[in-house]
Design a protein around this ligand. Sequence first.
Ligand code: TTP
Ligand code: MG
Length: 365
Amino acid sequence: MQEHHQRAILHLDLDAFYASVEQRDNLALRGRPVIVGGDPQGRGVVATASYEARRFGVHSAQPCRQALQLCPDAVFLRPRFEVYRAISQQIQAIYRHYTPLVEPLALDEAYLDITSIVGDDLVAAAQIARDIKQEIVAQTQLTASAGVSYSKMLSKVASAHQKPNGLTVITPQEALVFLDALPVGKIFGVGEVTEARFRDLDIFYGRDLRQLSLGRLQELFGKRGTDLYRFVRGEDDRPIEPVRERKSVGQETTFERDIANREEMLAVLEHLAEQVAQRLSELEIAGKTITLKVRWHDFQLMTRSKSVAPPIQDAPTMMRYLRPLLDTLLAENRPVRLLGVTLSHLVSHGELNRLEQLRMPSLWE
Ligand code: TTP
Ligand code: MG
């Protein structure tokens, strides 16, 4: 692993995410206090509030009733998770355009390791952060705040430093100044319990925490004490952990009663194939290998696969391969309790187009 100060890490975090999306999609909400969350008459809590509402003291996790008292003119809305998820995918695609080393922390938040592009040059890293912010606005009309530094913890501290629409760089030389003023609750691994223990010890900020010796911290928190000792000194080697790439897309169903009728099985497979095709189209991918999965009434599991060219994306094509695969298994003549369809060896639509343009079917193999 590299020395901790030789990386370039970005942290990007959208501003008032759910509320900004609602204001984007409804002109009448722009400039108004908007609160996304539960029912203001019920027991719900605030998921997030627009900056107009935050001025009244409204914040995430506050009971909606209280938010209503603080800001009676606010517009209360229920979250539209499907919309937020789709935007999250869109933004992550922008990030992956720069690097595969993208670690999403939430729908609106991610770390990027761009060391391979800029080395440890944080000025160049800030320019990339600016480009990414611009690209997010262009594609989604939403603003993000960016933090640029040499570690996860500091880039996150940096992105929170100026919000909304901020860009903050923390160089190795500046790290301690930022950490001095950082509330201990913001340090990675410090939850409410640890924070309360610190409060009892009159430790509120990074500068207070740095007064504790390594021995004392280990005595208080065991192995975690060592991490805290290092974090508050700006030492954080935690790597960016990208989400594992998807290897397959599949769908299966278990029956309430075993089925033995071939037509019935084909109807089920068709339904499963349609669901898989839907998912493939959402992800803009196709699969080079199709697998039929059967669990017999005695729980024994069997799979049959076929690799095909060109890659499969639609349900009718899946059925063309599933029918003969099913027939080879049905020779067993046993009732079935589960059927599944999976596509693997996935290729993206982009890759698909490129290969088609090259007219090189041999590449499918
Ligand atoms: P945050 O990034 O913490 O908050 P935010 O994007 O609304 O505001 P900002 O970053 O500008 O301070 O969370 C992202 C989304 O996650 C937020 O829009 C709503 C949701 N959320 C909850 O549902 N409950 C919560 O307690 C928090 C903090 C966030
Ligand atoms: Mg946010």
